[in-house]
Design a protein around this ligand. Structure first.
Ligand SMILES: Cc1ncc(COP(=O)(O)O)c(C=O)c1O
Length: 371
């Protein structure tokens, strides 16, 4: 049994899925890539499967294989696309893949024909993010190449918004227009996709997206809005908590240095608590002399540098503090709560990174929904 615990409330994940589905009024590509943003891909997928997602969205083939091996019965979309050497595995396992390269299309077609099967693909169109996909202007040429290839089913088309989490709509609107143009160009070639999807959490929560029948949320499933915007249209529940315990307490006089570099000196006589959490546990070193932790319902400051496995807190203000007390680094205790957004703000990053790094670095335990 480890002292530190990441607790994942799967009931919250299910609640968030239901809220998103209702708000969007659309089918859901539930994004479970990157180990479900640190929440655990398999338990999250097993919780959501009975809710009827249209797809699970993973990043790459290995994740798709792991998900399928767990018994997943929902179609799996590999959003990164695939490399040439991964074609056989895709054909053999019936995965749906993002497609945006002619050479890969040709290989999929050859392999599918050899095995007398058909591979469903979703064309990935880059409408302005300059990250992955066929640039929208090149789409007609790409479709004309792919269309005659046997063994490929042009099942879907998708794109990704770059700034749907920001209030200024100008660039999102530009991407939306380019996607509409791409749909129109496909129509001209008599391609009618079953699955069109562009809306990530930012677009869903602000209703800025084009739902097209499917939405593709990630962070909202885990209870958060994208970093720069609150979720006004929906009540999301944070699914992840991160808890540790106090392993040592000591009373020290004023002017006592704490931790590596002696970057903190007590201002008066103080009670310093040590918790076995460090940057190895995903607790960022930029939280040195910066973070706050909950002990007995009180916010206490991180003092000195966060070490690899240990962090010190000034608990002088906490009445009755004892060795073994719970220390909450992410989550609620009493009336207080520390959110991923708060931690992210302190260290100049986004809530996504907080969930991924804490979730992946620690043993997780799961709270299952009541029924
Ligand atoms: C292609 C794609 N779709 C959807 C998502 C989900 O985005 P969000 O977590 O902002 O909802 C991501 C996340 O990065 C993504 O890369």
């Amino acid at each position: 049994m480890t002292t530190n615990k990441v607790i994942i409330d799967l009931g919250a994940v299910r609640h968030n899925f239901r809220q998103i589905k209702t708000l969007a009024g659309a089918g859901v590509v539930a994004v479970v890539k990157s180990d479900a943003y640190g929440h655990g891909m398999i338990p999250v997928a097993q919780t959501l499967e009975p809710e009827g997602p249209t797809y699970f969205g993973v990043f790459e083939l290995e994740e798709a294989m792991e998900l399928k091996a767990s018994g997943c019965g929902v179609p799996i979309l590999i959003m990164m696309g695939i490399l040439a050497e991964q074609v056989s595995a895709v054909v053999d396992n019936g995965f749906t893949v993002a497609l945006f390269q002619k050479a890969i299309a040709r290989r999929i077609s050859d392999a599918a024909q050899q095995r007398q099967t058909v591979v469903p693909v979703h064309i990935k169109v880059d409408t302005g993010m300059t990250r992955l996909g066929v640039t929208w202007a090149d789409l007609p040429d790409f479709l004309q190449y792919v269309l005659p290839l046997k063994g490929i089913h042009l099942k879907g088309m998708f794109s990704h918004f770059a700034v749907s989490d920001e209030p200024d709509l100008a660039f999102t609107n530009k991407q939306r227009e380019r996607f509409l143009w791409a749909v129109n160009e496909s129509d001209k070639l008599n391609i009618s996709f079953d699955d069109l999807h562009v809306s990530n959490s930012g677009a869903i929560l602000t209703k800025k997206g084009l739902d097209f029948g499917l939405v593709r949320p990630g962070i909202a499933l885990y209870g958060s809005s994208p970093a720069k915007m609150p979720s006004k249209n929906i009540s999301l529940k944070r699914a992840m908590s991160f808890k540790s315990r106090i392993v040592q307490l000591r009373s020290v006089p004023a002017d006592t240095p704490v931790s590596y570099g002696c970057t903190y000196n007590t201002k008066s006589s103080s009670t310093i608590a040590t918790i076995p959490v460090g940057y190895d546990d995903g607790y960022n070193r930029l939280l040195s002399n910066n973070g706050e932790v909950l002990v007995r319902g009180t916010r206490v400051p991180v003092v000195g540098r966060v070490c690899m496995n240990l962090t010190m807190l000034d608990v002088s203000s906490v009445e009755g503090v004892s060795v073994g007390d719970e220390a909450v680094l992410l989550g609620a205790q009493g009336k207080e709560e520390i959110t991923a957004e708060e931690i992210a703000e302190k260290i100049g990053t986004i809530n996504y990174e907080i969930y991924c790094s804490i979730g992946k670095s620690n043993l997780r335990s799961y709270l299952y929904p009541a029924e």
